[in-house]
Design a protein around this ligand. Structure first.
Ligand code: TXD
Length: 320
């Protein structure tokens, strides 16, 4: 008899078919990773985007299905659900200013999506990232292995970009990790950044490294200020697709991921970015790096601000 497994292609649902969501759909389909369901509250918009992406398939030489919908029933049986629904920043806004609107949107999206795909792994993208991931974790009741936030891969890519530009080397040769919350208090680990294994501290002076760290911290705002009409989406979509790929292909990549901590780094009951191994079951383990006193303090300060915003968000959600 025909094996049912052969007919079951992986399916990724993206809730929020805005700029990050639609660009991510394109990346996933064109990398041939999975079929994609794009869901949005705006009627017709995800359907139009899906049709547009489908019409590019012959040119891009892939055969993945892209479906647009306003109905969660169409997302059933997804292996991965990515939540990008919510408002992006406007110039002058911090990510935390988005808390009020986005908390309700993310909790609702997470509940609706888990009801249709009870076995899915969730990746939250909506800002303020660490708080939204915590709320989605709570709303779904999922184990921490199966629900996480994307920010560190993007922040690290930004740091790597600025190092590569400064040194005039290929960005792919630069490896760096940015930990902590996705905000002004993020923790770029300069000590661990290398160019093909050579520490950047051997290649750049302290003042230059500090300048690149500051530009990384301000990376999102720099783009919002330039664009005026929203935030970055190409690199965020690329960064999210790396996580989707590591799960679907069981790559066990070691990536900075916003995860629920249970005592690691001396932190508990908070979501924050730390190095994690990511495979087909979700987060395989959290790596505890040796941090210097100042790095550890920066991570704790960052966690403290996330905690305060979690409390604020819970108050907002209780009001209804
Ligand atoms: O590193 C990171 N984590 C981030 C996060 C990098 C870039 C963007 N980051 C955040 O992602 C950003 O601050 C926003 O909170 C989200 C989405 O950013 P995007 O730039 O894609 O915003 P858009 O283009 O406005 O898209 C949001 C879509 C839009 O189409 C809305 O109609 C939809 O979300 N939306 C909803 N969809 C489903 N259900 C509900 N309730 C809903 N509400 C809005």
């Amino acid at each position: 008899p025909e094996s049912p497994i052969l007919c079951r292609l992986p399916r990724v649902t993206i809730v929020g078919a805005g700029r990050v969501g639609s660009t991510l759909a394109q990346r996933i389909a064109e990398k041939n990773l999975a079929d994609v369901v794009l869901l949005d509250i705006v009627e017709g918009m995800p359907q139009g985007l899906a049709l547009d992406l489908m019409e590019a398939r012959g040119i891009e030489l892939h055969n993945r299905q892209i479906v647009g919908t306003n109905n969660y029933a169409d997302t059933a049986g997804s292996q991965i659900v990515v939540i990008t629904a919510g408002l992006p920043r406007k110039p002058g806004m911090s990510r935390d200013d988005l808390l009020k609107t986005n908390a309700k949107i993310v909790v609702e999206a997470a509940k609706n999506a888990i009801a249709c795909s009870p076995h899915a792994i969730f990746i939250v993208v909506t800002n303020p990232l660490d708080v939204m991931t915590y709320l989605a974790w709570q709303a779904t009741g999922l184990s921490r292995e199966r629900i996480m936030g994307m920010a560190g891969v993007l922040d690290s890519a930004r740091f790597e970009t600025f190092i590569a530009l400064e040194l005039g080397v290929l960005p792919a040769d630069v490896k760096a990790m940015v930990l902590g919350s996705h905000g002004d208090l993020m923790v770029p680990l300069s000590r661990y950044a290398t160019v093909n294994g050579i520490p950047i501290t051997e290649l750049l002076d302290a003042a230059t490294i500090e300048r690149l760290v500051q530009r990384t911290r301000n990376g999102g705002a720099e783009i919002v200020e330039l664009m005026q009409t929203g935030g970055a989406f190409f690199a965020p979509a690329s960064a999210t697709s790396v996580m989707v790929e590591s799960i679907l292909l069981n790559q066990s990549r070691l990536l900075p991921i916003a995860t629920y901590l249970q005592g690691e780094y001396g932190l508990e009951d908070v979501v924050i970015g730390v190095p994690c191994r990511l495979g087909c079951g979700g987060i395989e383990n959290v790596l505890e790096l040796n941090l210097s006193d100042s790095e550890r303090e920066a991570l704790h300060t960052s966690a403290q601000s996330v905690r305060q915003n979690i409390v604020r968000a819970q108050e907002i959600l209780a009001i209804k």
